[in-house]
Design a protein around this ligand. Sequence first.
Ligand code: AMP
Ligand code: GLY
Length: 421
Amino acid sequence: MKIMVVGGGGREHAIIKKLKANKDVTKIFALPGNGGIAKDATCIAIGAKEIDKIVDFAKANGISYAVVAPDDPLVLGAVDSLNKAGIPCFGPTANAAIIEGSKVFSKNLMKKYGIPTAEYEVFDSPEEALKYLETVPLPTVIKADGLALGKGVIIAQTREEALDAVHSIMENKIFGASGNKIVIEEFLTGPEVSVLSFTDGNTIVPMVSSMDHKRAGDNDTGLNTGGMGTIAPNPYYTKEIADICMKTIFLPTIKAMNAEGRMFKGCLYFGLMLTPKGPKVIEYNCRFGDPETQVVLPLLESDLLSVMQSVTNGTLKAEEVKFSDKSACCVVMASSGYPQKYQTGFEIKLPENPEGEIYIAGAKLENGKMVTSGGRVLGVTAVSDTLKEAIDKAYGIVMTVNFENAFYRKDIGQRALKAKK
Ligand code: AMP
Ligand code: GLY
């Protein structure tokens, strides 16, 4: 069976490594993949947003199953186009991917169906937004409606910052058309939890919970990034909270999407905040999170391809989805300067037989050598019986990975360890 995975980061590498474990899989193509994924799949130089080319490739190469991993192609309708060409896919169609593609859509959905989230107002004119900001309590949260590479959220501590945010998003269009509308919402507090789930539109199976570390610097300082590391499970996410989330958030969300004629099939990601008033939704993603996937999938004991196919076929209810009760830690190694300016092109040297997984995110092959080509270069994941051991093991491997200008956070998992005590 020939499979195709659309995307080319650490998340896709983790997905591909898991898919490889299925004996029926004879070949995996990655579009475009990257210099590290090239070890585990055949990389094809087609970008994740080049939907027509992706469909042509799939048809010409006898692809029998496709996994579309990143947000952009999902929101642009890659799954719709592949399905039309007769290729079954893992991932939502565009009319369901809107749950991530438009914050206005997702906020309105939650309000309409009583799903707990921050109070908010929507604006399509900067004048009204600016006027509203004169009176809101601070800090306040300003979000561009559309996709913005994970950067579309501004937490304004002062009124000036809030006004600036509206000017940059709605007038200077720093996120392009994604900023035609904005959401201004209540600032919530509490520990954050990421819960990825498999859903076929009727059944929803949450995966093991995780915790992202979004800031660039230790102790959650510095700029927001795509994620500098993750641990799983998230100690704040107790059985009791999981039950509340299932009842008040997960099931109501898939039912709401069905009621809107937008059945969601794929991986639905819940970004949650455990507020003093209970768990609330901060954001939905229509896909696997990155780097969450790099700790969640290593803990999956069931066969990923069968689970994915049961999602596509609507038979998830009958599928066993089992996670190990061990812990995992992923430390992201980035290029110094990320998420702003950084240099690339440095050779990456990896240990021969690491006691964990190394997922490559930003690397390319140059004369047979793997060199850095992005901000986040790779993620090192270790699994162990306890979180403490998983953290130590992951950092042990990090010590054996070498490339010039590497930087990483030294405190991935420390907050979770404290929470355990
Ligand atoms: P997002 O891009 O939606 O994941 O938002 C990025 C980060 O901003 C989240 O992980 C939260 O830490 C923070 N954030 C978003 N919305 C709120 C909110 N309403 N209150 C407090 N923090 C928020
Ligand atoms: N780690 C958060 C995301 O994938 O959006």
